[in-house]
Design a protein around this ligand. Structure first.
Ligand code: C5P
Length: 419
């Protein structure tokens, strides 16, 4: 039902847009059938190239039935070449989407190969593609694949995903193709209006690590999933995004300027260097304290009691940005509350001088929110409290982006009314 409502909201968002969808051979190909349906529902047209590998997973018949078009499978097929050559296939599309993109097709693209219809059409293309990788975690992490991905990014293509999760092969890790609605969002984001074009944003994400001595540190379990999703959503809406990220194991979103830091002090400096900006979202789990650092590794000695650590308070990055002389127009913070969510979050809103707080009720979800793909937040502004219900972290990111866009529009309307 969720996806259905979502599609309804998106109806006609792709009106008059033509999408060239390349389906290569991965088990995730079944999701591409749903993607075709979603694009069609939104008013777009889809032409599809199905590779030989792709045909092992979905049939040309189901693809063409959903596209309501012929499906293109063979470079040497006279019919394909006379009626729709490989050049026209890519030139006539508004956007090229490769989903699933196998390690093989990614390698073909990175090396400029043209040995089947898909790779030839992609080589002959005059526009960047949205590439949704899908493969086993080891294949994804293989340096050869990573090098190919870097090359494709340098060539101007956008890599969307992969997600982390259970794989068809029974392993767990990075390599799952994005869900159809996430790919749809990326298509709309690329083709559609860019409401945040010309705006700059700073996003903090992940944990901070505070050194105790050269080998030990104080950290926390933040995965960076929420902050990274917000950076990606703001970028998709057209903002020029600087992501200041603590140590995380997830990849930086495409097209976002990412500054990797370790400590709260470094995070603050990176944020201040990125000012002025129009938007700031502080989603990082910043360590509140930093230990007094020892120059040498503290020795374990049997004859002494465990060492005590002196802690100093870290800078509050959110509060500093929100009270800065170059304060962004919209400043967003997060809160984890165990009780009196509304009162506490409102107090935090004014204490930190921010405009929006996304508050998690920790009593229900606890530290469980760390690392999960789902979240449940309340959106709190000085004049409203809105329960956003449980949803994926990327859906929260999208909803926050929409809220920021509305809020910026309102201030601009007020400003022009006053003039
Ligand atoms: O004060 P508290 O930690 O509850 O506030 C949480 C919010 O403040 C989050 O948005 C977090 O990113 C931000 N924060 C910060 N710097 C700190 C502590 C928290 O930016 N030192």
């Amino acid at each position: 039902a969720g996806l259905f409502l979502y599609i309804e909201r998106m109806t006609k968002m792709l009106k008059d847009k033509s999408i060239l969808l390349v389906i290569s051979g991965g088990i995730a190909a079944y999701k591409s059938l749903e993607l075709i349906r979603v694009i069609k529902k939104a008013g777009g047209s889809v032409r599809c190239i199905l590779t030989k590998g792709g045909e092992q997973f979905v049939t040309p018949l189901s693809v063409s039935a959903l596209c309501e078009e012929e499906v293109y499978t063979d470079l040497r097929s006279l019919k394909d070449e006379t009626e729709m050559g490989h050049i026209r296939l890519s030139r006539e599309a508004d956007i090229i989407v490769i989903a699933p993109a196998t390690a093989n097709l990614i390698a073909q693209m990175a090396h400029g190969r043209a040995d089947d219809l898909a790779s030839t059409a992609l080589l002959a293309s005059d526009k960047p593609a949205l590439i949704a990788p899908a493969m086993n975690v080891r294949m994804w992490e293989n340096p050869a694949t990573q090098e190919n991905i870097t090359k494709l990014t340098e060539y101007g293509h956008t890599i969307i995903g992969p997600n982390e999760g259970d794989m068809a092969c029974g392993e767990y890790g990075m390599g799952r193709m994005l869900e159809p609605d996430e790919i749809f969002d990326a298509i709309v984001g690329t083709l559609g209006k860019k409401p945040l074009a010309g705006k700059t944003a700073i996003v903090t994400s992940g944990p901070t690590f505070e050194a105790i001595d050269p080998v030990r540190f104080i950290g926390n379990r933040s995965s960076g999933k929420q902050g990274h999703a917000i950076a990606a959503a703001l970028k998709l809406a057209g903002a020029d995004v600087t992501l200041v990220a603590g140590p995380v194991s997830i990849p930086a979103p495409a097209g976002v300027k990412t500054i990797n830091i370790e400590t709260a002090q470094q995070m603050l400096e990176a944020c201040e260097n990125a000012l002025p900006a129009d938007i700031a979202v502080c989603a990082a789990a910043v360590s509140d304290w930093a230990p007094k650092q020892h120059d040498q590794k503290i020795k374990k000695r049997d004859d002494t009691s465990p060492p005590s650590t002196e802690l100093n308070e870290n800078p509050d990055i959110l509060k500093t940005i929100a009270n800065h002389k170059n304060r962004p127009e919209i400043v967003v913070g997060f809160a984890a509350e165990t009780e009196n969510l509304e009162d506490n979050a409102k107090a935090k809103l004014s204490r930190k001088n921010c405009d929006i707080i996304l508050a998690n009720l920790v009593a229900q979800e606890g530290a469980e929110i760390f690392g999960k793909d789902q979240g449940h937040v309340y959106c709190i502004t000085p004049s409203s409290v809105d329960n956003w219900q449980p949803m994926s972290k990327s859906a929260i990111a999208k909803k926050l982006t929409d809220t920021i866009i509305n809020s910026l529009n309102n201030t601009e309307t007020l400003k022009s009314a006053a003039e």
